[in-house]
Design a protein around this ligand. Sequence first.
Ligand code: ZN
Length: 305
Amino acid sequence: MPSMRTKRRFRINYLRLLLMLLCVSMIAYGVILLSSSMYEANRDGSAVSADAASDAETPHNSDGANAAAEENPFASFYYYEKDRQARYENYAANRRNLTPDEVVWRVNAELDRFPYTNIVNVTDFTPPVLLNKYRKLPDGYVPAGLVNTSSGRQMTAETKAAYESLRDAAGVAGHRISAASAYQSIEYQKGVYNKHVMEYGKEAADDFVARAGHSEHHLGTAIDLAGSAGTAEGFAGTKEAEWVAENAWRHGFIVRYTDANRDVTGYMPEPGHITWVGEEAAAIMHEEGIGSLEEYVVKYVRHKP
Ligand SMILES: [Zn+2]
């Protein structure tokens, strides 16, 4: 009996030892797994950490950069404005078809706001001046140096020179264009807007005419063109309109309200409404494929590349 007892006790102790060893190794393995995953999480959370320098030579660095871009896809643009971060996120969530680039410049241009809210009074009149449903001129504003064209339209001297160059080039190409309207005083704008509201209702009126103070015609740099038919209304869809869309930039003009930028401007396309922005701005917009003055002002006036 005693020998058997000893033998048995020895066997039980051996098994216990084995079980304990197993338990200890499993716990150790678990601790290693946990700490390594915490380390990874910590790395992803702080892309630029103290060990960033040592990471420079390792492939981990690109992982870190990708993680940062995934986390904040807006911060890499030179026109990113940190205090608008929450608005970028909000706008992107509501407008999933937009690229991060579009989200950033649109929010910088206040396009995430409701039209005619948070209106800013423009105080810098250096061309190109951005006017839209968020930006207006002071009521008493009259542009300096308005001149008359031969047909009696008023515009700034620079706009007139550019217009004559455009009109003459159109003539050489066999197209007849003229200025049906140019500078409009605040009283005139009020009349045009009210007439449209009475005729079509406020919502429709806001789709095709600017409220007083928000019109580019107030600047003396915008022109409504007429073609051979002689009226601005008949300009859309003509050969002249097609030529102007292709060539206006060569003379420092942009077609301000197009089909493509409707969502940005908030207006119906108006192929005959051209705005003088200067040759440099017009050329950059043409070369870079920038489709609206809103985008240009964010990327080349408020911020510089
Ligand atoms: Zn116009």
